[in-house]
Design a protein around this ligand. Structure first.
Ligand code: CS2
Length: 484
């Protein structure tokens, strides 16, 4: 504990005395995003319509969140960062936080509890242990191999399968699996992964899951930068209470959810503002391609140009016109708008969200795990554009910037600490190449990211972009794109 924290301990944030709901949800992957998003929806749904939808959160790796929240009885502050100031709200929907590696049995017990109707997930793209290019489970993944052998799992798919197995044996109906990660058709994707893993453990279990469980897809959206020490101190100053783990996010939030829950049992998410829909595909494609796709593009190019945050990047006029052009010329032509949405208005709103100076969303944070993100954020749009005979030079430059970034050296010759499950492989492929076109060819051969067909479509245009990027640096390459 630091000196500031110690002096603050007497003034620790406390949970109110209101009766707590029973637990109806187990959440896997309790990061800032779900605490600032899903937990807020569930709190609002219970405030509107009641129900026992308390949440047991599970950290699949580190004890940090549990340690921070334990002394606050799992309550924390949700901080809305608007352009014109901050708003604070105490969220009290967590009933417990478990740390899977410390006690995997306790996690299975919680998930197998008959009162639990839904298991939600934010485990990030890599947490599904799948092959990003194909969406299929990666059976060579060492943790998946371990989960096949051992009834006490380590991965999210492993926990889902083992907990469902426990419920089947106990005669308890399955839970709904609700993925809240930025993956296309996230429900179908996690369903296929769970069924494939279950089938290898016990084909009858896979059949039971296929018949009785549901896996609705969802589109989730709220920009939630990582909380810093400075944020913790500021929240303490402003609220007069010490919270060891506040979450900070933008005012905007949107959740589109396919209304397909086991036995129809769910919190009244519609009362909390969620859109309950029959098919979430149009929402998902719009959000993944327009928001996450441009986020990643701005993250790699902005980082290389020396910009620390997304707001700083779009405050640079060269990048502002770059991102507007991506939306109007390269991305929206591939989309079908969800009912009632105008894509040009959606783009304008995104620009305002990015420009919000109260949000310090680091380009470095968004740049993480690119190998897991590129296929759904950029590559699908690019191949569709090329197939339709349109150019996608801006997105080619973004892919080239990712290739430069994973080489591990920035434009000033300083090392970049690349965080990605494939970091070592990507770095050596990039560093062994003789020039930009060779680096592009080497990285396009990474089949976890690019299909063979994508590699052949993208070689020429991405090599052209890479040549410009290597020669003149990110900012000038982006500027040149606009002038040509
Ligand atoms: C971001 C997302 O870190 C990233 O890769 O693109 O976390 C983004 O902020 C959210 O999806 C917004 O809803």
């Amino acid at each position: 504990m630091t000196a500031t924290n110690q002096s603050a301990a007497s003034n620790r944030l406390r949970r109110s005395e209101t009766p707590r709901p029973g637990t109806g949800i187990v959440h896997l992957g309790l990061g800032a995003f779900f605490r600032g998003f899903g937990c807020v929806y569930v709190a609002d749904a219970m405030a509107a319509s009641g129900g026992d939808w308390g949440i047991v959160g599970v950290s699949l790796r580190s004890p940090e969140t549990r340690n921070a929240l334990a002394d606050q009885d799992w309550a924390y502050t949700s901080v809305t960062l608007a352009k014109d100031g901050e708003a604070f709200r105490q969220i009290e929907v967590l009933n417990d936080v478990l740390v899977a590696p410390e006690d995997p049995e306790a996690v299975i017990d919680a998930m197998a509890d008959p009162g639990v109707k839904i298991v939600t997930l934010t485990v990030t793209e890599k947490g599904y242990c799948h092959n990003p290019a194909t969406g299929r489970i990666n059976l060579d993944h060492p943790l998946i191999q371990a989960d096949l052998m051992n009834p006490l799992p380590q991965t999210a798919p492993g926990f889902l399968v083992r907990a469902l197995q426990r419920r089947k044996v106990a005669g308890v109906p399955p839970f709904t699996v609700l993925s809240c990660d930025n993956l296309p058709s996230n429900g179908k994707l996690v369903c296929a992964i769970v069924l494939e893993l279950a089938d290898r453990i016990d084909p009858a279990l896979a059949q039971w899951i296929a018949q009785k469980a549901t896996f609705p897809s969802t589109m989730v959206d709220r920009i939630t930068p990582a909380t810093t020490e400075a944020d913790i101190l500021r929240v303490q100053e402003r609220t007069g209470q010490f919270d060891a783990a506040p979450v900070l996010h933008e005012p905007f939030y949107q959740w589109a959810v396919e209304d397909d829950f086991v036995g129809g049992q769910r919190p009244d998410l519609a009362a909390a503002g969620a859109e309950m829909v029959a098919d979430v595909t149009a929402h998902e494609n719009m959000k993944l391609r327009m928001l996450n796709g441009t986020h990643s593009s701005l993250a790699y190019l902005g980082f290389l140009a020396g910009h620390e945050t997304i707001a700083e990047t779009v405050a640079d006029p060269v990048f502002a016109s770059y991102v507007r052009n991506l939306w109007s010329e390269e991305i929206t032509p591939t989309l079908i708008a969800p009912p009632g949405v105008n894509l040009a208005d959606y783009a304008d709103e995104l620009f305002d969200r990015y420009a919000n100076p109260a949000i310090r969303h680091l380009t470095y944070q968004i740049a993480m795990d690119g190998s897991q993100k590129l296929p759904q954020r950029l590559l699908a749009t690019m191949t569709e554009a090329i197939d339709a005979g349109r150019n996608c030079r801006g997105l080619c430059l973004a892919v080239a910037a990712w290739m430069r970034y994973v080489g591990g050296v920035d434009e000033a010759g300083q090392p970049i600490l690349v965080k990605d499950p494939l970091a070592e492989k990507l770095k050596s492929l990039s560093q062994e190449a003789d020039g930009p076109a060779e680096a592009v060819a080497a990285l396009l051969s990474v089949r976890e990211v690019f299909s063979a067909q994508q590699a052949s479509l993208l070689q020429l245009p991405v090599a052209e972009a890479a040549e410009s990027l290597w020669r003149q640096g990110s900012r000038d390459a982006v500027a040149e794109l606009a002038s040509s």
